[in-house]
Design a protein around this ligand. Structure first.
Ligand SMILES: Cc1cc2nc3c(=O)[nH]c(=O)nc-3n(C[C@H](O)[C@H](O)[C@H](O)COP(=O)(O)O)c2cc1C
Length: 198
């Protein structure tokens, strides 16, 4: 019997929109049997770094600000440079999620940035693993992956609305991502353990 995968959700949220997605990623990962820990990256301390260093997978999240992940997330990412130098997070699994106000809003840049950050750390990237919803005439905005992203989970919410207005389909998409990261991490850990004991 293997230990449950440990998944950290490392995120910044300005007004609570990204927080809703972070909680959804956690819900999905827990439903798939993972142990999850939330790490708000605005103010890192030793305990938070320990959580990230010992996690089997890290899911990065931030709102899209000025066409990329928010500045606070970027500051966190830059502060991982010593870990980068010794490849401390190599072979952890990773993925990412974002939200923005515009329908498109350059969210792709944020998701691409998370994937590049993961690659710099030698992490193994987990895609969303869903076909796009809402892209044929019989489909609707209530579909999973209604915004049609592949590199992670994305959500759109008009900027003047409160966090509890985050679209249910976007929440379900983030839950799907959490589940998928948990399942892929469990499969990876099982495979690695089998190879070690061969
Ligand atoms: C400084 C700033 C820059 C923003 N830039 C973008 C942007 O480039 N594209 C976009 O669609 N929305 C943009 N937004 C809107 C936010 O992405 C959106 O409101 C998001 O849901 C906020 O999430 P949060 O509450 O987790 O911070 C911006 C908001 C702020 C405050």
């Amino acid at each position: 019997m293997h230990k449950p995968p440990r998944i950290a959700v490392a995120y910044h949220s300005g007004r609570g929109h990204t927080e809703v997605l972070a909680q959804a990623v956690r819900t999905g990962a827990q439903a798939a049997g993972a142990e999850t820990t939330m790490v708000i990256v605005d103010a890192m301390d030793d305990a938070k770094w320990e959580i990230l260093d010992t996690a089997d997978a890290i899911v990065f999240g931030a709102p899209t600000y000025m066409g990329s992940a928010s500045g606070k997330f970027h500051a966190f990412a830059e502060s991982t440079n010593k870990r980068w130098a010794r490849q401390a997070w190599k072979d952890k699994l990773g993925s990412g999620f974002t939200i923005s106000a515009c329908k498109a809003g350059d969210k792709d840049s944020s998701l691409g940035y998370f994937a590049t950050l993961g690659a710099q750390h030698g992490m193994i990237w987990v895609s969303l693993g869903l076909l796009p919803g809402w892209h044929l005439s019989h489909e609707s905005e209530n579909d999973l992956n209604r915004l049609g992203y592949f590199n992670g989970a994305a959500a759109t919410l008009p900027g003047d609305l409160p966090p509890d207005a985050v679209h249910k389909a976007d929440i379900a998409t983030a839950e799907h991502l959490g589940r998928r990261v948990a399942e892929q991490t469990a499969a990876f850990l099982t495979g690695r353990a089998a190879l070690t004991h061969r």
